[in-house]
Design a protein around this ligand. Structure first.
Ligand code: S3P
Length: 165
């Protein structure tokens, strides 16, 4: 079995779906953001504040490569991993990529009390709207695409597993 790589905008449910998928398939889940925090020894907001976004993106690409080579596993990624074409190519080459989506309204609802995502600082609703526009189409490369807006977790997992085989 290949890696299963979950991509999608912040708040689309990658980590939750990844954990449930890991249980269903009996394959270990690794979260790219968690690995970055572990290896770099500091939180994502601190990394952004002290080293800058470019440093974070370099770390993201580096640990993505390591995780893709360590599989097969369920790999959950941060929403911005698709911003680099080399990451997109690596994910497509070394895994089956599943993109999760949700409506703008639903994303704002899910993220409105968030404090751990530096790109949402200064007003969640406005930042979500802006970033969704900037990233329009960025997740469309994934061969499996699922809208999580109104779906139960188990239905999402069932849809993904049925499409993996
Ligand atoms: C980011 C998404 C975050 C995290 C970082 C940047 C992004 O991950 O990697 O804050 O650029 O969309 P989640 O998608 O898990 O929130």
């Amino acid at each position: 079995m290949k890696n299963v790589v979950l991509v999608g905008f912040m708040g689309t449910g990658k980590t939750t779906v990844g954990a449930a998928l890991s249980k269903a398939l009996g394959i270990v889940q690794k979260d790219l953001d968690e690995v970055i925090v572990e290896k770099e020894g500091c939180s994502i907001p601190t990394l952004f504040a002290e080293r800058g976004e470019a440093y974070f993106r370099d770390a993201e690409s580096k640990y993505l490569d390591e995780l893709l080579d360590a599989g097969p596993q369920i790999l959950t990624t941060g929403g911005g991993v698709v911003l680099r074409q080399r990451n997109v190519s690596a994910m497509l080459q070394k895994g089956t990529v599943v993109a999760l989506f949700a409506s703008e309204e639903e994303l704002i609802k899910r993220l409105e009390n968030d404090t751990g995502r530096p790109l949402l600082a200064g007003g969640v609703a406005e930042r979500v709207r802006t970033l969704l526009k900037e990233r329009a189409g960025a997740y469309d490369f994934a061969p499996i695409q699922i809208d999580t807006t109104e779906k139960e977790l188990q239905a999402i997992v069932a849809e993904i597993t049925s499409r993996l085989t």
